[in-house]
Design a protein around this ligand. Structure first.
Ligand code: PMP
Length: 285
């Protein structure tokens, strides 16, 4: 594994950053998780646009143009000879003084890790998973806009720990208005009366690349979609439910807080979407 840090490649053992990096000290930085399918980096430009928008929102000067970044990511994938895998692209605020003030950080650090994708158990996709509604609420945009894909994931991590302790793989986070936002590391969709619905990003959801792809694929096949407000009730009474994310792709949900969704099996529309998504990513070359 050859890890890119600021223009140089290092082995896993030698790839280190300073303990004074504000990414470590305060979670001051941003990241992207990107898939490589059959040698093609999936929607790289979209991931980079999201990264650069996150940077703008937190006033982080990445130090290279988006075109150079695109080139560097492609080069790192080539150097690592990965045909199918996962890219973790990180930009930290860089090394600075111990106080939180980022003005002491002179230069952002860019890290690119190209590794293998850790796939979820096959039965998640064939049997579906159970979800719970977290007791944690998604951070409101008045405090922090979660469309910024920042290195500070403690809100998500606490929700994940709670879900795991309750025997669930994932959980739904409501926002402080009680509307569905997203899951701890995935976007959420429900199907109701043949329509595919997902919370709008202003409810506290990341503008997921897989989410966008699913909306596009559904629209192309004539399925009605909407980005809307959803509540706990909408989830409990959904005909179908599924999650989307770069790592997860599309995972069917068969129960929420012990309420069985549909007939307790992955729904028909969900399976169609999984099928079109798989065909779509397999056709990349
Ligand atoms: N929400 C959160 C909080 C995430 O961290 C992610 C990424 N794992 C997603 C949604 C899904 O986004 P994407 O499809 O871009 O991976």
């Amino acid at each position: 594994m050859k890890i890119y840090i600021d223009g140089n490649y290092y082995s896993k053992e030698d790839a280190n950053v300073s303990v004074f990096d504000h990414g470590l000290l305060y979670g001051d930085g941003i990241f992207e998780g990107i898939r490589i399918y059959n040698g093609v980096i999936f929607r790289l430009r979209e991931h980079l646009i999201r990264l650069y928008e996150s940077a703008r929102a937190i006033m982080l000067d990445i130090g290279v143009t988006i075109d150079t970044m695109e080139h560097n990511v492609c080069e790192c994938v080539r150097v690592n000879e990965k045909k199918d895998g996962y890219i973790r692209l990180i930009v930290t605020r860089g090394e600075g003084a111990l106080g939180i003030d980022p003005s002491s950080c002179k230069k952002a650090i860019v890290i690119i890790i190209v590794g293998d994708i850790q796939l979820y158990p096959h039965e998640y996709y064939t049997k579906g998973i159970c979800l719970m509604i977290s007791s944690y609420r998604r951070i409101p945009s008045a405090c922090f806009d979660v469309r910024i894909k920042s290195l500070n994931y403690l809100n998500n991590i606490l929700a994940k720990i709670e879900a795991r302790q309750a025997g669930c793989f994932e959980c739904i986070l409501l926002n402080t208005d009680g509307h569905v936002a997203e899951c701890s590391a995935d976007n959420i969709f429900i199907v109701k009366n043949g329509k595919i619905l997902t919370p709008s990003v202003t409810e506290g959801a990341l503008d997921g690349i897989t989410r966008r792809t699913v909306l596009e694929l559904a629209q192309k096949s004539g399925i009605e979609t909407a980005e809307t407000t959803l509540t706990r009730f909408d989830c409990y009474t959904a005909d179908e439910c599924f999650l989307t994310g770069t790592g997860a792709e599309i995972i069917p949900v068969v129960s929420i807080d012990n309420r069985v969704i549909g007939n307790g099996l992955p729904g028909e529309l969900t399976q169609n979407i999984i099928q079109s998504f798989t065909t779509f990513v397999r056709s990349l070359s």
